[in-house]
Design a protein around this ligand. Structure first.
Ligand code: GLC
Length: 728
């Protein structure tokens, strides 16, 4: 094994000759590796093709990380198989989901972090089979293992991002509310959604197009019948403040005369089977071929095909089924049908019927499929999909980015992917895939979001209201209240399920959901300022309490989280609950219980544990002592009007400083200093407050705020209100 000390915090152990995944961006060329036979903390053993790494868990050890996985935030006691997989039933025992992010921290007496950069299967048994044994089994002898010498989770993320690059920043409008369903299949149904939003005063920035917008599920087509003049339609909606986000699936329908199919076949752009024929699988379009995204030439080809969409005004996509999902392989299907016939001929099928059921279930995503097709890795090396499986979604995202670079040069784009791999946080967001309209999935959503943040996915979210099953009014309310405090805020549901748009239930539900979404929009100045800072600081935007407070108690809290640096969100996630218990660590907190963005009930709490009564229409949010929260009048969509007034709320007993940040929200010029800030400093002095405001204005980004209305708590005299008008 080769060894390289990268810096005081990070060292690399290289096994064999690993394939370049693209996860790491730090340039390591020119460094001298030395030989080593041991790794700190881990025992190494070799087992045929696999390498096993074993860590002896101490009683107090906690394991945090692993990105998009199910189960608790502390992963101790669980087992995972990192092999990206389209599993639509997220029950607690499931070992694989859509993404692979093998980054975690062992938090104990001797803390450290590990990142394994390997694109094939890895099994992590974290004290599941044997209570005190954490066994990592890598299915190959070639991979990179990084060890982080760190004490805290924030150090883990910071050092990981130093290695793997800065998180993706979406356009500003992506912090608005987004409405989706499988499907709004045609212009009429999309119009209906847009009209409902505007007529009912529900802010919304984006409407998603699911697979039915296409002509027969053929990727890069738009059905003329459903959208007669798509280009004109995209523009019309944009004018009303809506972005349209089409879905793009990787499978190319096998159909003579279809240009994607013909081009792919002619140029050998598809993955091959054992006999070097184009590998055939099946998905929504029926029989398909997979583009070989591991080849740079194919990525360029795929990217170029976004031309028409992007020239027509589309600014974002959601990419799906990119694990890749395989409904069946034709040979497996034939053998299944033969068995059906056999069973049909039996006089009494009895138990055989069960076998048939299992057999039909095993048709989708069978492990054999992934062994039987090949990639031409970076145009130089033939590899099975199985050995690089977890890269497929990442490389598809890279292919999409080729399109953005070419046809939307210099612009920020919107890209959310279902499948992902380490390093993908630089170029796309992820959503949590096919969750269910189950109350149990609210906590799953929070834990996953927190773990994803650690791996650099700062902008992510899950389907609000739940994707599968029928949702109910109270679940949509509570989920919207949670979603309003997550970066990617999209209501999405599956075909055949009950509608769950804000207006789909009754007037009370509509009113509560509308006010929740308006609260989200009122917080846009805070959300955007905090998000941009989180990226600058390499500190997750949504983060566990332990990234701010240090106590044993706090490390065990998984249902409260920080949203930026000022707000702690304590969502109600149980049906019929009249409130919830909260833990308030270390300092004083201001409970900001809002049911309307500007109407709230503020109460000061000392640190401790409380039961907070919460009506169905209320969102309990706590403001940290000596921080500030800023709001503005909600708009119908982000950027509809210029923000000129900020409403500032805070509990200040000493000093609070807040930096409101603004830029054009649509490109990367902020990196060259094109942004403006307004710094608010509040000092508590003699039962009153001294307020100072300082503007740092870049001439390209006018600072339009000219009025600040304060509502400050912490003085013995009660709430303090002041409005300041700024003159330039
Ligand atoms: C997958 C996606 C889901 C989408 C559906 C149809 O299940 O995860 O979001 O609606 O496919 O495209």
């Amino acid at each position: 094994m080769e060894y390289l000390k990268i810096n005081e915090k990070i060292s690399l152990h290289r096994f064999g000759t690993p394939l370049k995944t693209g996860a790491v961006t730090l340039d390591l060329t020119g460094n001298d590796f030395s030989e080593k036979t041991e790794i700190n903390h881990l025992n190494i053993s070799y087992e045929q093709e696999r390498i096993n790494l074993v860590y002896n868990l101490k009683p107090e050890d906690r394991i945090f990380g692993l990105g998009e996985t199910l189960g608790c935030f502390n992963k101790r006691g669980m087992k995972f198989r990192l092999f990206n997989s389209d599993d639509p039933v997220h029950t607690p025992e499931k070992e694989s989901l859509y993404g692979t992010h093998c980054l975690f921290m062992v938090d104990g007496e001797e803390s450290f972090g590990i990142f394994i950069d390997y694109p094939g299967e890895m099994i992590l048994d974290i004290g599941f089979s044997k209570k005190n044994i954490f066994k990592i089994s890598v299915s190959d002898n070639n991979f990179d293992l990084y060890i982080f010498k760190i004490d805290t989770l924030q150090e883990l993320t910071r050092n990981y991002l130093h290695l793997c690059g800065t998180p993706y920043i979406p356009p500003a409008w992506a912090f608005g509310y987004q409405q989706s369903r499988w499907s709004y299949p045609d212009a009429d149904s999309v119009n209906d959604i847009a009209d409902h939003c505007r007529n009912l005063n529900i802010p919304c920035d984006a409407i998603f197009l699911d697979i039915d917008y296409m002509d027969n599920y053929k990727v890069f087509t738009v059905s003329d019948d459903k959208f007669p003049d798509f280009a004109k339609y995209v523009k019309k909606l944009k004018k009303a403040g809506f972005k349209l986000i089409p879905i793009i699936d990787p499978g190319v329908k096998i159909e003579s005369g279809y240009s994607m199919y013909e081009e792919g076949k002619e140029n050998n752009y598809f993955c091959k089977d054992n006999e070097s024929n184009d590998f055939t699988a099946a998905c929504w379009p029926g029989k398909i071929h997979f583009p070989d995204f591991l080849s740079p030439e194919v990525r360029l080809w795929w990217g170029n095909h976004h031309k028409e969409f992007l020239e027509n005004g589309i600014e974002g996509f959601w990419i799906d089924m990119n694990e890749p999902s395989i409904f069946y392989a034709p040979s497996a299907l034939s053998s299944y049908f033969e068995q059906v016939k056999e069973i049909e001929s039996l006089e009494d099928p009895g138990f055989e019927l069960f076998r048939l059921k299992w057999l039909s279930e095993s048709l989708a995503n069978h492990p054999d499929y992934y062994r039987s097709f090949f990639h031409n890795n970076e145009g130089i090396q033939k590899v099975t999909n199985e050995s690089v499986h977890n890269l497929f979604g990442f490389k598809m995202a890279e292919a999409t980015v080729e399109g953005f670079k070419k046809y939307l040069p210099g612009k920020r784009y919107f890209l959310v992917s279902r499948s992902s791999f380490s390093g993908q946080h630089r170029i796309s967001a992820v959503w949590a895939g096919d969750n269910m309209s189950w109350w149990e999935h609210l906590i799953v959503h929070i834990r996953m979001l927190l773990s994803l943040g650690i791996s650099g996915f700062f902008y992510s979210g899950s389907d609000v209201g739940g994707f599968g099953c029928n949702s109910s009014a109270d679940l949509v309310i509570r989920w919207t209240q949670l979603g309003a405090f997550t970066p990617f805020f999209r209501n999405h549901s599956a075909t055949g399920t009950r509608s769950q748009e804000p207006w789909a239930f009754d007037d009370d539900t509509l009113n509560i959901v509308r006010e929740t979404i308006r609260t989200r929009y009122s917080l846009f100045p805070y959300i955007y300022s905090e998000f941009m800072r989180s990226v600058r600081d390499f500190h997750p935007f949504v983060s566990p309490l332990m990234m701010f407070f240090d106590s044993e108690r706090v490390k065990g809290i998984e249902d409260q989280f920080m949203f930026g640096e000022s707000l702690m969100i304590t969502p109600v996630i149980e049906r019929n609950a009249i409130g919830r218990y909260v833990h308030l660590p270390e300092c004083n907190w201001l409970l900001w219980k809002s049911s309307k963005w500007h109407e709230h009930n503020c109460v000061i709490y000392k640190s401790g544990d409380y039961f907070i009564e919460t009506g169905l229409e209320e969102i309990p949010v706590f403001m940290r002592e000596n921080t500030l929260m800023i709001q503005a009048e909600p708009q119908n969509y982000i950027g509809e009007t210029i923000i000129t007034e900020l409403f500032v709320t805070g509990l200040v007993t000493d000093e609070a400083v807040y930096e409101y940040y603004t830029d054009n929200g649509e490109d990367s010029k902020h990196k060259d200093g094109e942004f403006s800030t307004l710094t608010i400093t509040v000092n508590a002095i003699d039962d009153s407050f001294d307020i100072k405001v300082k503007i740092n204005e870049n001439f390209e980004v006018p600072m339009d705020v000219n009025r600040l209305s304060f509502e400050l708590y912490g003085s013995k005299k009660g709430v303090y209100k002041e409005t300041i008008t700024l003159t330039k």
